[in-house]
Design a protein around this ligand. Structure first.
Ligand SMILES: Nc1ncnc2c1ncn2[C@@H]1O[C@H](COP(=O)(O)OP(=O)(O)OP(=O)(O)O)[C@@H](O)[C@H]1O
Ligand SMILES: [Mg+2]
Length: 323
């Protein structure tokens, strides 16, 4: 049987999650918002700690690998211990990382996540290499060995994306793109690039930065003027997707208790492509994407909830009509 080959491009990070009774939020009278705050010089005891690697591209790569796809990751790492953690976790899931780019100056992205019992969080993030993608880093990379590129947050390096998209296009490699905030901030530069991609995965707010529209259907229809397949998600309110032939509207897969929503979007987008790339229908691909992301929000970290091949799925509220 032919094995689909997908390369995930973008961020990798080492994350540490800490929680416990001393890590909590309160309503601040001056900020008029909830805050987590600590007295200067204090030593705050955490009851629980867990280490997990993250970064959109490595999270996606793990979804692909667990769905029986030949999965690779390309992104930037520093020469440091967090990088070893990232590679070890990719190895455990059989994700190929032989084309990873090492930066001799900056460190691997690293986050300290302070989780409260209600599932809220504050993140201290060092971006390091995640903000240093340059076109020349990708000039000599061979993309011809992949069927698809899955591209997520790219540290605002739209020039590097331009080069990658052109290389992919020239060798007939298809592109699925889940843009990050720093790319979306540069809409003038980004918009012309979107015409080269096959699948665009965005949430509602992100879709509204690209096209006009007030509801998911309007946004999806407008995005289809630019890309071949558009997916617009809206957290627990559901999702809309269309390939220009039919349009699918799905609700919530399951009303679960959210423990940590890190990686929900990654699990959704990669979950979709893991099925679509293997020839499944729009509907079935949306069901799997929803199940994968729902499972991820019930566990700490972006990878531990990612579904394995053969996981049992159940039906969900979903309707399909002609486009
Ligand atoms: N509270 C929740 N309960 C159940 N499922 C959820 C919840 N939040 C998100 N999901 C699942 O994750 C999917 C993607 O979430 P969302 O639309 O919030 O994406 P996103 O804003 O891109 O996320 P991210 O911040 O991770 O990039 C949803 O379509 C849904 O299947
Ligand atoms: Mg997202």
């Amino acid at each position: 049987m032919y094995m689909v080959r997908i390369c995930s491009l973008g961020a990798a990070s080492q994350d540490v999650f800490m929680s416990g009774k001393n890590i909590k939020s309160h309503l601040d009278a001056i900020e008029h918002d909830y805050v987590e705050s600590f007295k200067l010089g204090a030593k705050i005891e955490a009851d629980h700690i867990s280490f997990a690697t993250g970064g959109g591209a490595t999270n996606a790569a793990v979804t692909f690998a667990r769905q029986g796809i030949e999965s690779s990751f390309i992104g930037k790492l520093g020469r440091d211990i967090p990088a070893e953690g990232v590679i070890a976790e990719l190895d455990r899931d059989n994700v190929d990382s032989h084309q990873v780019i090492y930066d001799e100056v900056h460190g691997t992205q690293y986050s300290t996540v302070l989780l409260t019992e209600s599932g809220e969080r504050t993140i201290l993030i060092y971006r390091g290499v995640a903000n240093t993608h340059r076109p020349q880093d990708y000039e000599s990379i061979d993309f011809t060995q992949y069927d698809w590129l899955y591209i997520s947050s790219f540290g605002g390096a739209v020039d590097a994306l331009d080069l990658i998209f052109h290389k992919a296009l020239a060798s007939g490699v298809k592109i699925a793109f889940n843009p990050g905030d720093s790319e979306l901030d540069q809409m003038d530069k980004l918009k012309p690039l979107l015409e080269d991609i096959d699948i665009l995965i965005v949430n509602k707010e992100e879709a509204q930065l690209i096209v006009d529209g007030s509801d998911l259907e309007e946004l999806t229809r407008h995005l289809l003027h630019i890309v071949r397949l558009a997916i617009v998600s809206d957290g627990p309110n559901g999702v809309m997707a269309s390939d220009g032939k039919t349009i699918v509207r799905a609700g919530m897969y399951e009303d679960v208790k959210v423990i940590d929503r890190t990686g929900a979007g990654d699990a959704f987008g990669s979950g979709f492509l893991s099925q679509w790339s293997q020839g499944r229908s729009l509907k079935d691909s949306i069901v799997f994407a929803s199940a994968n992301s729902t499972s991820v929000v019930t566990k700490i970290g972006a990878k531990s909830g990612i579904l394995h091949k053969g996981a049992t799925l159940h039906a969900m509220p979903l309707s399909e009509k002609d486009f």
